[in-house]
Ligand binder design. Sequence first.
Ligand SMILES: O=P(O)(O)OC[C@H]1O[C@@H](O)[C@H](O)[C@@H](O)[C@@H]1O
Length: 271
Amino acid sequence: MPSPFTPLPLERAGARAAVLPYGAHVTAWSTADGEQLYLSPRTAYEEGSAIRGGVPVVFPQFSDRGPLPKHGFARTRAWDVLAHAADAVTLALRDDAATRALWPHPFRAELRVVLSDDTLAVTLAVENPGADAIAFTAALHTYLRVADVADVAVEGLRGVRYQDNTARGAERLDDADAVRFDGEVDRVYLDVPNEVTVREPGRARVVRAEGFRDVVVWNPGAERARGIADLEPDGWRRFVCVEAGAVVQPVTLDAGARWTGTQRIAVAPAR
Ligand SMILES: O=P(O)(O)OC[C@H]1O[C@@H](O)[C@H](O)[C@@H](O)[C@@H]1O
């Protein structure tokens, strides 16, 4: 059996991406503008460890908001490859003895990644094959590469409520024109109505979500980054996480039901 750490390449009209079966993890995505994702060179690439960067799939629990390992188990499992074309790949994960020991529910998850000229579309689908309802939280924990986080503005969140994880989840209303990064930022924006734009000098990326109601914005800042062993020194300056998520309101699936959530990241002209 091939290693789950062997990347599956995608290519379309000059755009490229790589997806690992381990975690169904998009580890790279480049367009004519260059690499769009941050991937830590200190990533361990070993069973049981999460990959630092790219697009980790968070399922069935967001962060430490429950009894499971942080961000659930999907990011540290080898997924099956269902289909691999030049510009798209579909992977699947289903319950087994190991997942049921952590989370005693049957499920079928699928992750589909589709590459087009300037857009990366990632869809997570979850189906409940069991007889009882299941509930889960999930996110696509995208690490967008930036030149320097100090120069980044995340737009589209003005007037949206958020839970501030740096203040024990205190709920606030964002009244700033953009989110800027001067120290740790760790926020879950609720019921986000708009697309979110990550703008920096010379480049912009637009993140659109369907099915996911929330958007997480995260950067650890210098101090917290010191405690993250798989980040290189100053690695925290090179990314902003913008994560489409179903975080605050869990998704509930009745017997036989299916849910899908999509995140589309498009490279947009810089202003
Ligand atoms: O280090 P991990 O487990 O990949 O988590 C990274 C971060 O993920 C974010 O989504 C959370 O909001 C943060 O609180 C968390 O620190």
